[in-house]
Design a protein around this ligand. Sequence first.
Ligand code: DX5
Ligand code: ZN
Length: 223
Amino acid sequence: MPSQKIAPSILSADFSRLAEHIEMVASEADLLHVDVMDGHFVPNLTIGPPVVASLRARTELFLDCHLMVDNPGVLLAGFADAGADRCIVHIELGDPRPLFDELRERGVGVGLTLNPETAVDTVLPYLAEIDLLLIMSVHPGFGGQKFIPDALDKVRAARAVIDEGNLPVEIEIDGGIQEQTAPLAAAAGVDILVAGSAIFHADDPLAAARGIRSAAWPNGNGK
Ligand code: DX5
Ligand code: ZN
């Protein structure tokens, strides 16, 4: 049974009022999605460990850091010390096992992700070693893009392997999630829906998060 979680992505929040925006959605958020971009792996630049440390001091929500950076290895200690609960690394960078090892040693959760053009077969061999598989449903770098439906096939493929092996891995989807796409992702077997612009650009972010949850899981566990 998918765990039915909503992860607001703070990329679309007002960075000058982050704590306030997080507080606004906290009662509907199961975790927070933190997009880390270095201007190289993706053509955008966001935040790093100092901001995560500031967030850690202001919220008890689980901080899930999506690392869209060329060299995540140099940042893992910083994120661990800042209080990140999990770091998600990209398979496109090559063998992720040394990163997994370091995260485990530092007591940080392990996530793995893949870009829309990357085949799902590249991540399936690692499912027994990770806590989270993040399927990108847009090209990483920016909020507010259109959902790429091919991501659903990847979700189904991963769901089959996870269920078959009874593996303790959650599936998350990121990009273009709103009330229309959330039910498609949920039906394919997603556990965690990331949503940025659909929540933080709404007039009422809390109601938007609630709307995405009930669209996805109308008979769900009702947070
Ligand atoms: C894109 C980021 C996403 C982004 C999603 O690179 O990884 O987390 O915040 O934004 P929306 O929900 O607006 O597509
Ligand atoms: Zn993300």
